[in-house]
Structures are given as C-alpha cells and as structure tokens.
Design a protein around this ligand. Structure first.
Ligand SMILES: Nc1ncnc2c1ncn2[C@@H]1O[C@H](COP(=O)(O)OP(=O)(O)OP(=O)(O)O)[C@@H](O)[C@H]1O
Ligand SMILES: [Mg+2]
Length: 223
C-alpha cells in the first residue's frame, strides 16, 4: 500500500493434492482472497516458494504468470464477472479465444463446458437473461473450458441465496469428482461439507489444515 507494507499472509505452508476440493475459511481479513490470488499468479509472494501445477510461481516472470493463468487456471469471482454484452457461450469461450484457439474448436469446447455445469440450452442467452445461479455456473464453465483442471473460486456462493449456493457447491464437488482441483474460499459453514480439506486462516496465518472432520474440530477447539 504505497510505502506501507501490509503483511497479509505469513508462515503459510500447505499442499493441495490434485483432484481434491479445499475450502479456505476464516474471518474477514484473514487472508483467504490473498491466498487465492497468490495461487492464481495474480499476486506474488514476498518470500518463500509457491509451486502450482509444476510451475514455480515465485520464479516466474509476469508474462509466464499470465500465460499459465490463461492456459491452466480458472478463477471464479463472487460476482460472476461475466461480460454483459456477450452471450453465455461467448463468455465461456473467451479464454480459448485469447489463446488463439480456432473459433469452431473454442465454441465446441465452450458448449462442452456448459454441459458439464448444467447449462445446456442456454448458450445464446445473455447474462442478464439468466438467474444468478446460472450466471455463476457460466463463470465456472469459463474457468474449466478447454484443458484447465485447476479452479480457484473466491466466495463462489457469496452472492447467492442458500439453495442456489448449495447447487453451486454441488457443481464444484461434481467437477472435483471428475478430477478437477478446486480451491475456494467461503464464510458459509454449510459449504465445508463438500470439502476434502479445510484450511482455517486467522490474521494471515494458517490455524489448521486437514481433512474436514479434523479441521472442524480444531476450529471448534480454538473458538
Ligand atoms: N489491496 C490491498 N492493499 C492493502 N492491504 C490489503 C489489500 N487487500 C487486502 N489487504 C489486507 O490483507 C489482509 C488479507 O485480506 P484478504 O482480502 O485476503 O482477506 P479475506 O480473508 O479474503 O477477507 P474477506 O472474508 O473479507 O473477503 C487484510 O488485512 C487486508 O486488509
Ligand atoms: Mg476475500
């Protein structure tokens, strides 16, 4: 922040196995978004090492980080962040177009991704013409389109009612079951039920990291 240094995370050590769903939880300001941004290559570690999908992000140039993000990492924001002037399928195929994939191939891959998240038939709708849950499904489809198998989701259910939020968690859990690695942040304890591992953050440190049962009890123990 200008000349002032903010230490958002410190002494974090964790390893997320491929094909699992990890939930980051903890109070506001504890560092969840910062950790997701680091894994996505959107922010850089001040010190230490960060290995994502076999790439050492701490040693990558900005251009390498951008390329890795585009090719391999999908990011889902709380507020969907779809482009309003584009149809759902145009939104979903954007990352592939940016990679230079031929239009027909990109469209086919986008159609397949939309099918995986339950959006078949809504390809030509604009974001304003579908529900919030469907917009979030489209954002998830954009995150997995093509060969990408790492999805980072920052409060993916935060803008949704509880029932729609539960549906989105089901979609993410289903993708995990298909081999996608999912790391998400959430304030909602109900979302933790889908997690293979739960990382509890507090003031930028990792309070606990473990399988769902062990972490929840550790969190309860420190409450
Ligand atoms: N752009 C920024 N500039 C300076 N400090 C920041 C910035 N973004 C976040 N921080 C600080 O970094 C720390 C971690 O913030 P972060 O956004 O990662 O928390 P969070 O767990 O995602 O919170 P929330 O649940 O409210 O989304 C906080 O102390 C916050 O004030
Ligand atoms: Mg956040």
């Amino acid at each position: 922040m200008g000349r002032q240094t903010v230490t958002a995370l410190r002494d974090i050590s964790l390893s997320v196995p491929a094909g699992t769903l990890t939930a980051l939880t903890g109070p506001s300001g504890s560092g969840k978004s910062t950790l997701l941004h680091l894994i996505a290559g959107l922010e850089r570690v001040g010190s230490g090492t960060l290995d994502v999908l076999g790439s050492e992000l701490h040693a990558c140039t900005s251009a390498e980080l951008s390329a890795l993000r585009l090719r391999e990492i999908g990011f889902v924001h709380q507020d969907f962040s779809l482009l309003a002037d584009l149809t759902l399928i145009e939104n979903v195929r954007l990352p592939l177009e940016a990679l230079g994939t031929a239009r027909g191939d990109a469209t086919a891959a986008a159609r397949a991704a939309m099918g995986r998240v339950g959006l078949a038939g809504l390809e030509e709708r604009f974001p304003a013409e579908v529900s919030g849950g469907q917009q979030q499904r489209a954002a998830i489809a954009r995150a997995i389109v093509g060969e990408r198998t790492l999805v980072l989701a920052d409060e993916p259910t935060g803008s949704l009612d509880s029932r729609t939020g539960a549906e989105i968690m089901d979609v993410l859990a289903q993708l995990r079951d298909e081999g996608v690695t999912v790391v998400l942040s959430t304030h909602n304890p109900a979302n933790l039920a889908h997690a293979d591992r739960i990382a509890v953050l507090h003031d930028g440190t990792l309070v606990s990291f473990g399988t769902a049962d062990s972490s929840v009890s550790a969190e309860a123990g420190t409450a």
